[in-house]
Structures are given as structure tokens and as C-alpha cells.
Design a protein around this ligand. Structure first.
Ligand code: FAD
Length: 390
């Protein structure tokens, strides 16, 4: 069945149908395999937050809400308190008691050992700074409905949109500002789609399934949200293919030789995919940006805004949402870094340097977006028909 959206994706170089078919035929199957490999399934993350924006409203009490990592008597007293006293009901960000909201930290020790051995060559600051860092097995922690909603969640999205990337008016000509807004909106659509695609339909029987109404009401009903999802997908895809030479040579060594060979092979198939190259050789043309007189200044401003967005992730009041929020914002940040710090037009071409965790975030983000595109493509038209009849 052909999708609802036709024509070129705004500011991109491919049309909807092409993206949908390349995604369904090659990208989605490859990415699904890639994210299962030992290299890509462990993400290093600091889940214990220190929200820099509103320190006093209890956002950072969430260690209590997660799977226990240590005996309760090891928890600092202040962490326990709010949990014991309960939180105001309209500000319930603690998902305590809801297994779907907690991060499962179970690790595959074999792969984990391999990681440590090969950890150093990639980074020395971030990844060796282990204070508060945890490795999380992403396969055990799917992005889905967690029950995180209400003022706490709303506050984050509001802060992201109003402070950092205000929706551009139709007269907005600044391409770069539009890009930041569209990236965030596209990511937001993808998060909503994952919530709707894996939803707790009945708490008493613990029945999980698709909530098509939610998908319609949060995303499909709004054309711009769907369009932004496609835009974000192409933007990240462009970053991955632009960094192809770097990513091909990167070390995917986890100590599990057979698995690592598979990772390398899938990566190659993704990076130099003949079908993708034939159908959509340049998914997004980053060379058009930052060309104006105020280019460098604008770049700094947008960089600052993006850093704020990434800092806001520490204020997300549900651990699993924070995990995926951090991963995907790091993935977007990595895409921005690839597309805008290695400037083909600049004479001072910088050498691209990526951290291991950035590569993991980038590929997992691309996979999430690819899943969302597949969902919209396959389910979108029939959901729209059903909902519009009601
Ligand atoms: P929200 O999704 O909170 O949207 C708020 C407002 O933003 C909307 O009213 C609309 O005006 C605007 N908006 C919505 N979508 C878009 C878009 N695509 N583009 C532009 N504007 C838009 N919940 C989970 O159950 N599981 C998760 O994994 C999860 N992860 C999250 C990660 C982050 C970083 C954040 C901030 C929240 C997360 N949440 C998660 C919460 C979830 O995103 C919603 O906030 C929550 O489900 C409440 O939804 P809502 O209907 O109030 O609308």
C-alpha cells in the first residue's frame, strides 16, 4: 500500500515514496540486525541526574524509582526521603512499581568484558569518567510506554520548544533555525510513535499492544509532525553516510569475534548500500547551511541551544525515558557534529573524531527513526481511515 505522503521531503533531496521503500527493503532490516550486535546494544550512560534547570522540584530523586543497583542502606538519606513521603500527585515522575519504567541493567558479561578492553582507543574523557556511568543493555530496555506524563513531561517538552527551538513562523527564512526545530519535532514524533506502538493497554492483565488512537492523536493527525519525522530520518541518514569512511574503519571489537565480523559486515552494507545510493544518494544537503554572513555566529547560537536541549535530558523524570532521551539527543548531536564540524567548504577541514558511545547513539537513533518511518508507512493510511470515520 502506498503511503499518504507524496513528493519531495522539505529541504531534503528525496521523496517520501523512495524513502519508504528504501527503508523497508534495506535500511530497516539492516539496522534491526545491527542494533542486536554486542557492539551496538550496550550504551554507556549517566542515568543519575543533576538537573541544571530546576533543582528544587524533586526531579533528581529518581534513583529510587529504578531497579535497585545497591542495597537500600547504601542510598544517601536525601534520596530516600521524597520516595518515602510520596510525591504530589500531579507531579508524579517517579515510576516506582512500574516495571516498564525502570531500566534493566542486566548485562551480557562476555560482551561487557570485551568492551572494556577496547574502550580506551576511542575516548579518554567521557568514557573513562566512570563516575555514575552505567552500561545499559538496550535490548532489555525497549523504548515504549512508561506512564511518564503530566506536568513533569510537559515541562521538558515546553522548555525544549519555547526556550530552545521556537516553532518558526511561516515567514522564517533562517534555514538553520528551522532545521533545529524540525530535528526536535521529528524526534518527538518518533518517541510518541514508539509509545503508541508498545503501549500498556490493560494494567490489570499486563496486556501490551498498539494504541492506534494515540498514534493518530499525537502524530498522524498533524502533517508537519510526520514530515519532520522523515526530515530527521534523512538528516541522520546523511550523517551516517557522510561519515562512511570513518565508520567503516572504526573498531567494532567486543571480544566476540564472530559477532564482531557480523557487525562490520552489516555496517558496510549500510554505509555503501547500492540501493540507497541509487535511490537517495544525498539524503540532505548540509552544504546549503551557514552560508550567510552571520553563519559562524548562528552556528554558535544553535550549538548552544542544542547543548541546552541535551542538558534538559537530565531533568527527564523517568529513568527509561531519560535513557532513550539521552541516547537519541546524543545521536542527534553526533549527526550535527558530523555534518557541521567537518565542513567540506571550509579550507580548514577538521578531522572527524567520534567517540564509541556517539557511534552507538547514532546508529541506535537511526534505527528508532527507521522503525517509526516503517510504522507510519505501513499503518498510517489505515489508521487515518479508521480515525477519520469516527
Ligand atoms: P507530549 O508528547 O508531551 O507533547 C507536548 C506538546 O508538544 C503537545 O501538546 C504539542 O503541542 C507539542 N508536540 C507534540 N508532538 C510534537 C511534535 N512531534 N512536533 C512538535 N510539537 C509537538 N513517555 C513514555 O511513555 N515513554 C518514553 O520512552 C518517553 N520518553 C520521553 C523522553 C523525553 C525526552 C521526554 C521529554 C518525554 C518522554 N516521555 C516518554 C513522555 C512523552 O513524550 C509525553 O510527554 C507524555 O506521554 C505525555 O504526552 P502528551 O499527550 O501530553 O504530549
Amino acid at each position: 500500500e502506498s503511503g499518504t505522503y507524496k513528493g519531495m521531503i522539505e529541504d531534503c533531496c528525496c521523496d517520501y515514496e523512495t524513502v519508504e521503500s528504501v527503508n523497508a527493503e534495506v535500511l530497516h532490516p539492516l539496522l534491526q540486525e545491527l542494533v542486536k550486535t554486542p557492539f551496538f546494544r550496550y550504551f554507556k550512560v549517566k542515568l543519575w541526574c543533576d538537573c541544571p534547570f530546576w533543582p528544587d522540584d524533586g526531579m533528581c530523586r529518581l534513583r529510587d524509582c529504578s531497579v535497585c543497583e545497591c542495597p537500600e542502606n547504601e542510598f544517601p538519606e536525601p534520596f530516600k526521603k521524597p520516595f518515602r513521603n510520596g510525591l504530589p500527585s500531579d507531579d508524579v515522575m517517579c515510576q516506582e512499581g512500574k516495571p516498564e519504567a525502570a531500566v534493566d541493567r542486566t548485562l551480557d558479561n562476555r560482551a561487557f568484558r570485551g568492551w572494556i578492553e577496547t574502550d580506551n582507543p576511542w575516548t579518554n574523557d567521557d568514557e573513562t569518567d566512570n563516575g555514575g556511568m552505567t552500561y545499559v543493555n538496550l535490548l532489555l530496555n525497549p523504548e515504549r510506554y512508561t506512564g511518564y506524563a503530566g506536568p513533569s513531561a510537559r515541562r521538558i517538552w515546553d522548555a525544549i520548544y519555547t526556550e530552545n527551538c521556537p516553532k518558526y513562523s511561516s515567514g522564517e527564512i533562517c534555514q538553520e533555525k528551522k532545521v533545529l526545530y524540525k530535528l526536535i519535532s521529528g524526534l518527538h514524533s518518533s518517541i510518541s510513535i514508539h509509545i503508541a506502538a508498545d503501549y500498556l493497554l490493560d494494567e490489570t492483565t499486563n496486556l501490551w499492544g498498539q494504541n492506534l488512537e494515540l498514534m493518530y492523536n499525537r502524530v498522524l493527525k498533524y502533517q508537519d509532525r510526520v514530515r519532520n519525522l522523515y526530515f530527521t530520518f534523512l538528516f541522520v541518514l546523511r550523517a551516517v553516510t557522510k561519515a562512511a569512511d570513518y565508520l567503516e574503519q572504526a573498531e567494532y571489537d567486543t571480544g566476540n569475534h564472530t559477532e564482531d565480523l557480523k557487525t562490520q559486515s552489516f555496517m558496510k552494507q549500510l554505509l555503501y548500500n547500492p540501493k540507497l545510493q541509487a535511490a537517495c544518494p544525498v539524503p540532505f544537503d548540509e552544504a546549503k547551511l551557514w552560508q550567510g554572513q552571520s553563519g559562524p555566529e548562528l552556528k554558535l547560537q544553535i550549538q548552544k541551544q542544542f547543548r541546552n536541549i541535551s542538558a534538559l535530558m537530565d531533568c527527564v523524570g523517568c529513568e527509561k525515558c531519560r535513557l532513550w532521551g539521552k541516547l537519541q539527543v546524543l545521536g542527534l548531536g553526533t549527526a550535527l557534529k558530523i555534518l557541521f564540524s567537518v565542513d567540506g567548504h571550509d579550507h580548514q577541514v577538521q578531522r572527524l573524531q567520534l567517540q564509541r558511545n556517539e557511534v552507538i547513539a547514532l546508529v541506535n537513533l537511526l534505527n528508532r527513526l527507521s522503525e517509526s518511518i516503517k510504522f507510519v508507512h505501513e499503518m498510517g493510511p489505515s489508521i487515518e481511515r479508521i480515525m477519520e470515520k469516527q
